[in-house]
Design a protein around this ligand. Structure first.
Ligand code: HEM
Length: 236
């Protein structure tokens, strides 16, 4: 059972998370998500020390470098309590360049340059991006399948709770449903952030990402239920 139900997760600033840096209350940030590892850190297979060291900080790079299997990513979901937001005074937001312009500038100066922080945060497997691109270029017809049915049959996901299931046997066990949801959420939150930078008054709800999973177009929304993945159409 997750510590906090996906619908109850909250938005935290980096400053708020930084206060939780002791064994009594230990939080870490990974891929813009906030994890409460207070109860878990002493059981962490990599040792309590590494988590204490990263307490209150962004441990995305450290965790990615240390974890060699999909197991940690699948367990993390349990400890997620929210995601990171940037709170800025409105006039500071106005002064910033529009996102599109900034992106164009970055593209021009890209060769040899360091990748931006945002690009690093959005690092997702190429196959995921390709899935979305493929999905967007195909005609769709409606489906009434449930999300569980869709991911249960997918050959790129497996069910960690039931590895002997049809999906577990036929799947390549590369990424699980949970891992995919985590990736989608990180991507969606970055998009949400971009839109708010340009239009601070824009509502959060309704911003989401389409993903192509085994013949189905799936939608994950940033509004209300992080972690939700709904099949919305069958792809021809
Ligand atoms: C909720 C957060 C985390 C969970 C659920 C988790 C889970 C795990 C698990 C299951 C393992 C053993 C399996 C494996 O090595 O692939 C592991 C190992 C390890 N983790 Fe984590 N981890 C978390 C966060 C972190 C963070 C933030 C760091 C880095 C600072 C970290 C560093 C390590 C290290 C160094 C190992 C040992 C790797 C080895 O022995 O090869 N973990 N973790």
């Amino acid at each position: 059972m997750p510590l906090v139900a996906p619908t109850q997760r909250k938005a935290y600033t980096v400053e708020e998370v930084a206060k939780h840096n002791t064994a009594a209350s230990l939080w870490v940030i990974m891929n813009r998500k906030v994890y409460d590892v207070t109860a878990f850190h002493k059981k962490h297979p990599g040792g309590a020390g590494v988590l204490l060291q990263m307490g209150g900080k962004d441990a995305t790079a450290a965790a990615a470098a240390a974890h060699k299997s999909i197991l940690p990513a699948n367990l993390m979901w349990e400890f997620c309590i929210g995601h990171i937001v940037r709170v800025k005074p409105p006039d500071e937001v106005k002064k910033e360049e529009p996102v599109a312009k900034a992106a164009a500038k970055k593209k021009k100066s890209a060769p040899g340059g360091e990748p931006g922080r945002r690009d690093q945060a959005r690092r997702s497997p190429p196959s995921f991006v390709e899935d979305v691109e493929r999905m967007l270029s195909r005609p769709t017809i409606s489906t009434s399948k449930s999300a569980q049915e869709v991911v249960g049959r997918s050959s790129i996901v497996s069910n960690p709770e039931n590895p002997g299931s049809e999906a577990g046997q036929e799947g390549k066990l590369e990424r699980t449903f949970t891992t995919i949801m985590e990736e989608m959420d990180s991507e969606i939150m970055a998009l949400d952030d971009d839109i708010h930078k340009e239009r601070p008054s824009a509502p959060s709800a309704g911003i989401g990402l389409l993903c192509f999973l085994q013949g189905n177009a799936c939608w994950s929304s940033s509004g209300g239920s992080h972690g939700g993945l709904q099949p919305i159409a069958k792809v021809a």
